[in-house]
Design a protein around this ligand. Structure first.
Ligand code: SAM
Length: 277
């Protein structure tokens, strides 16, 4: 997968070189280009924003800068160095890689030669795990990081000629700029690319994959500060452990995000645990 990020703060994207993403870069699964938007600014001050038509506070990012930048990135003519991995990781296999489960892609990718342009904005459609799964099959994703009051809307409208454009929000709050949203979205997508986590099961059981929040997890020691790991996890009975995990996921979802249960198919046993029957 190829990621390109357009931003006025390239250094904000440094975390994309670390941990699993850095490892994916090193393995050749991922390449990342981070481009300073000011390279496309034409005035002496390299300005990228101007006052809003119709008045109001704040500044709006200029179409005359964003348009050529997005054209160049779509055409592959935006020069610059790709991010390098922060550390050598390749020789250190993870626990779930050692499990030796086949690397398999999720379905749901869109069928088009155009790259995907993701424009983070609080006014966008909420970003979900389902989007992350579908987009983990993409070959080329471009991110446009807004600042100030955002980007002139015509940039997004015009980009639809060269991209499949998605305006997405990472939550109902307002950040200062799109860079942090890009880190969130890129991390959620890249971890689902086959080979990045190694074992597909490790994300198939994550929160949201089956519509529920994941229940609690435990590791050694068995007893810590007077708190014991639930007995069932030592039973060796996989069916019993699976049932317990399902119950915990149901109860946590009911307590924290009850609205999610409306989209989950509940068995008789599930309904009983939730006290619905
Ligand atoms: N005036 C915009 C509005 O009210 O919808 C807010 C602009 S915000 C200060 C500046 C930039 O931060 C946005 O262009 C976007 O890139 C990013 N941003 C802020 N909140 C976000 C969110 N919840 N999800 C995704 N991106 C966000």
């Amino acid at each position: 997968m190829r990621l390109d990020v357009l931003t006025i703060f390239p250094e904000y994207l440094e975390p994309l070189r670390h941990a699993l993403l850095g490892k994916a870069i090193e393995q050749g699964i991922l390449s990342v280009g981070v481009h300073d938007l000011r390279r496309w600014a034409t005035d002496v001050h390299k300005s990228v924003d101007d006052t809003p038509y119709g008045g109001g506070p704040g500044m709006v990012m200029k179409p005359g800068v964003w348009g050529p930048a997005l054209d160049d990135v779509a055409a592959g003519t935006a020069s610059g160095e790709d991010l390098t991995s922060s550390l050598p990781h390749v020789d250190k296999p993870r626990h779930d890689e050692l499990a030796g489960v086949d690397k398999q892609a999720y379905g749901g990718g869109e069928d088009s030669d155009l790259p995907l342009l993701i424009v983070p904005t609080p006014a966008g459609k909420p970003f979900t795990q389902e989007d992350a799964q579908a987009w983990s099959n993409e070959e080329h994703i471009v991110f446009a990081c807004g600042r100030y009051e955002g980007i002139d809307q015509r940039v997004v409208d015009d980009a639809a000629q060269r991209y499949r454009v998605r305006e997405v929000s990472i939550g109902d709050y307002v950040l200062i700029g799109g860079e942090v949203a890009v880190l969130v979205i890129a991390e959620a997508i890249v971890r689902l690319i086959p080979g990045v986590l190694g074992n597909r099961r490790s994300h198939e059981e994550d929160s949201f994959s089956d519509g529920l929040l994941e229940g609690p997890s435990y590791t050694k020691p068995r007893s810590w500060r007077g708190l014991d790991v639930p007995e069932v996890l030592f039973s060796g009975n996989h069916a019993k452990v699976d049932r317990w995990r399902r119950d915990q996921a149901l109860l946590r979802t009911q307590a924290v995000r009850p609205e999610l249960l409306a989209d989950v198919e509940l068995s008789t046993a599930d309904r009983k645990v939730l006290g619905l029957d």
